[in-house]
Design a protein around this ligand. Structure first.
Ligand code: AMP
Length: 176
């Protein structure tokens, strides 16, 4: 593993039994407050995506905003937040997805990609587990005239097979 990835990996903290017993929560706040690790991650993402013809980055509520918005700014493209239901003020489209019990819903503004016809969109989140959230976000982007060209995660919990649910190509910085 290259030095930069090693620095990123070491900066992420495991919190056992959060938010409930049996879950190991990957805490990226320790990455964010380590300036060297955060910079290494953003440079790694910039190097990967600088050659892509992207029009927008869409980030998933809430940790996807942190990486997505920073990367959008570095690449000189727009940022679109994929939010939990009820947070966006203008007209939205939404997509439901199943949870262990019940369902949740993500939304984007109907006109989020209006600045570019057939916009090419990179979706980003901190982590993929079962893949339900990311699949809903990809479906949401593709319901508009935009196209999700890749999904990017800082961490892929590989054993859960979440990436199998996604129709778009996937890139994960770290596989755990
Ligand atoms: P999923 O829909 O199961 O792929 O869950 C992905 C979403 O839940 C992401 O937005 C993650 O931030 C969060 N998440 C799920 N499992 C974990 C975990 N073990 N550690 C940190 N975040 C998690």
């Amino acid at each position: 593993m290259d030095q930069r990835l090693e620095t990123i990996k070491k900066s992420i903290r495991d919190i056992e039994d959060f938010p409930k017993p049996g879950i190991v929560f990957k805490d990226i706040t320790t990455l964010l407050n380590d300036a060297q690790a955060y910079k290494a991650l953003m440079e790694h993402l910039y190097d990967r995506y600088k050659g892509y013809e992207l029009d927008f980055i869409a980030g998933i509520d809430a940790r996807g905003f942190i990486f997505g918005a920073a990367l959008a700014n570095m690449l000189g493209v727009g940022f679109v937040p994929v939010r939990k239901k009820g947070k966006l003020p203008s007209t939205t489209i939404s997509q439901k997805y199943s949870l262990e019990y019940g369902y949740d819903e993500v939304e984007i503004h109907l006109d989020a990609f209006r600045r570019k016809k057939n916009a090419q969109v990179l979706l980003i989140d901190d982590l993929i587990a079962t893949g339900g959230t990311a699949k809903a976000a990809v479906d949401l982007i593709n319901k508009t005239e935009a196209l999700c060209v890749e999904c990017c995660f800082i961490i892929n919990l590989e054993a859960l097979g979440g990436t199998d649910k996604l129709e778009a190509p996937v890139y994960s910085v770290l596989k755990v």
